[in-house]
Design a protein around this ligand. Sequence first.
Ligand SMILES: NC(=O)N[C@@H](CC(=O)O)C(=O)O
Ligand SMILES: [Zn+2]
Ligand SMILES: [Zn+2]
Length: 347
Amino acid sequence: MNKLTLRRPDDWHLHLRDGAVLEAVLPETARHFGRAIIMPNLVPPVVTLQDAIAYRDRIAAAGRDDMRFQPLMTLYLTENTTVEQIEEAAASDVVTAVKLYPAGATTNSQSGVRDVANVMPQLEAMARAGLQLCVHGEVTAHDVDIFDREAVFIDRVLEPLRQNLPELRVTMEHVTTRDGVDYVMGSSQNLACTITTHHLIINRNHLLVGGIRPHLYCLPIAKREEHRRALVDAAISGDARVFLGTDSAPHTDPNKESACGCAGVFSATNTIQLLAHVFEQEGALDQLEAFASLNGPAWYGLPANEDRITLVKGEAPVRFPDKIETGADGPVTVFDPGFEVFWDIAD
Ligand SMILES: NC(=O)N[C@@H](CC(=O)O)C(=O)O
Ligand SMILES: [Zn+2]
Ligand SMILES: [Zn+2]
């Protein structure tokens, strides 16, 4: 097969940032995707409905007038978020989900939640109102190894929360382990997960063998090959609880190529082409539409996009830009999968 038409995909986990970086990276997503869940980890974070409306308007202003891309907004859950703020957001048609960052777990998570017990009234209000929770699923305890933080989060935080509040719909974002996939696949209700493009492609050797590669450093950190394998199996399974969230997370080169580099992989530019490559390698191109275009909207109670994109496999490798320029702060490096890709999107 060298041609494939699918419903236009959506991205259920995306960082667009603000200002010059927003302007630079927005076209990279808007070119291929219909909608995306926009992460709220700005500084200061997107906490209230008013913050979300203002951010949505800045995204619209940064896009071209003919931009059809639709940002789906989220709120950043803090221990100071009130039940009234949750109810106000749930009643609006602006906010699609609320995001839980364990405090200190990842980029701009200082305002996050130290203990889920401190936000139970807010989570109960979400369950009542049918507002979904998106979770960065890693513990932050210093005695837990960075490679174990996702699995420990399931045991210590996620499973107890779901026992307490089974009505809450939870998306475990950017799962990186067999433990995460097994946990989602083994659940009976109200739990789904997203998987990133890069976690389907790299394991921890890619990050660390032969020199440290800061542009492959993200959180949760890439794990052993056996975990990558479990992610691929889940992505190509067609299971309705598993869908694409790229976690495309731009940081400028000076902030990545540093003695203490930021976490985040920027993959908006080449995600769809790379996914076609990965799914073809697995003999599973027929499952790409479920993963990228159908399962996500179904989980969020939205219709799939009406329009379609066509992927074409050519003879020559596709040339992607190495970097996206953002102006004064320096460029953002595009995810390099380490192999050639022959699938591209026909306009
Ligand atoms: N994934 C990352 O490594 N970084 C994300 C934050 C996140 O999604 O955890 C970012 O905002 O840069
Ligand atoms: Zn995260
Ligand atoms: Zn993210």
